[in-house]
Design a binder for this molecule. Structure first.
Ligand SMILES: [Zn+2]
Length: 314
């Protein structure tokens, strides 16, 4: 990590936890919160985190008309006066997320109120990932978990929290293509299908990503963009980018009533291996079968997955 930016962020976090009541209370509660873990074989762990403060993002309604600039919580004029930030390159501002999942949880909105679309922003994501190498960056598409689909933002959380980051190294993966130091792997990891792009050339990775998005657009629900979640890391002098194609945002269980219901709106962190449940009953109810069922509903069907992999093979 660029040490200057790293130090700035450390100071920002310390300052906000000292001077902003909401942040202090929520980070303290998180540190005392409930987490449990399920193992699927030797190399797959799923953590479950009970996090009542995430209720609003788990139940957010995706309706473009409801989020206007005047009520947008990522626009400068509407942010709480106690919330401080670090501007990055005149494009983004680094904030701490007052409703954390991670011990260190950042939100990185664009300075302008523009929609959540990854097109034209992937290179920024790579650059920010390298700058914030102590963190994992992530992106939730407008229809797969972004709580502000009308204001572009990345998020970041301390590295090592999402199990998939380490498990990827040991996982059985299929190399689909290898182009001048840029590798594309396919992985079916604990019922989640994911493409992983590895390399150190940002231009080539961006071209590869754009190529993948073009392929996705003919196979996935794509209004306004193919449904995806992305997790991005910088380690050992290269990027590892996890792209999770989705066929659905919420599992059927979300819409059931009373006892059958499970309030779970999986986004990047869930696909990274940490399920966030805002209600304690769901935290207790989730078991291996339900988790398998939920991920299978949200990930691509085998037939579509095979077709996409075929298009990506050398
Ligand atoms: Zn906004």
């Amino acid at each position: 990590m660029s040490s200057l930016l790293y130090n700035h962020i450390e100071m920002l976090i310390a300052d906000q936890l000292k001077n902003w009541e909401t942040a202090r209370v929520n980070y303290t509660n998180l540190s005392k919160g409930l987490t449990r873990e399920l193992k699927f074989g030797d190399n797959i762990r799923i953590k479950i985190q009970y996090n009542p403060e995430r209720m609003r993002s788990s139940t957010a309604v995706r309706d473009p008309k409801t989020v206007e600039r005047k009520s947008c919580f990522l626009c400068r004029d509407n942010r709480p006066p106690q919330q401080m930030g670090i501007e990055y390159r005149n494009d983004y501002i680094i904030l701490i997320n007052p409703y954390p999942i991670f011990d260190k949880h950042l939100t990185l909105p664009s300075l302008s109120h523009s929609p959540q679309l990854i097109a034209g922003r992937f290179t920024d994501m790579l650059e920010l990932t390298k700058q914030l190498s102590e963190y994992s960056l992530f992106y939730n598409g407008p229809n797969c978990g972004a709580s502000a689909p009308d204001h572009f933002h990345f998020q970041a959380g301390n590295k090592g929290f999402m199990p998939i980051e380490d498990e990827f190294q040991k996982a059985e993966k299929e190399l689909l293509s290898s182009l001048k130091g840029c590798n594309t792997y396919a992985l079916n990891h604990g019922f989640r299908k994911v493409l992983v792009l590895c390399g150190s050339d940002s231009l080539k990775l961006t071209m590869l990503f754009n190529h993948i998005m073009r392929i996705f657009s003919s196979y996935l629900p794509s209004d306004p963009e193919p449904m995806i979640n992305i997790i991005s890391l910088w380690q050992d002098e290269e990027w590892s980018i996890f792209v999770f194609p989705r066929q659905k945002h919420r599992p059927d269980q979300y819409f059931l009533s009373a006892k059958e219901q499970i309030l779970l709106s999986p986004a990047s962190v869930d696909f990274g291996g940490v399920l966030i449940t805002p209600r304690q009953e769901d935290y207790e109810k989730l078991n291996k079968e339900t988790i398998k069922d939920i991920f299978e509903q949200l990930s691509l069907e085998d037939k579509i997955w095979e077709a996409i992999k075929n298009e990506l093979r050398d």
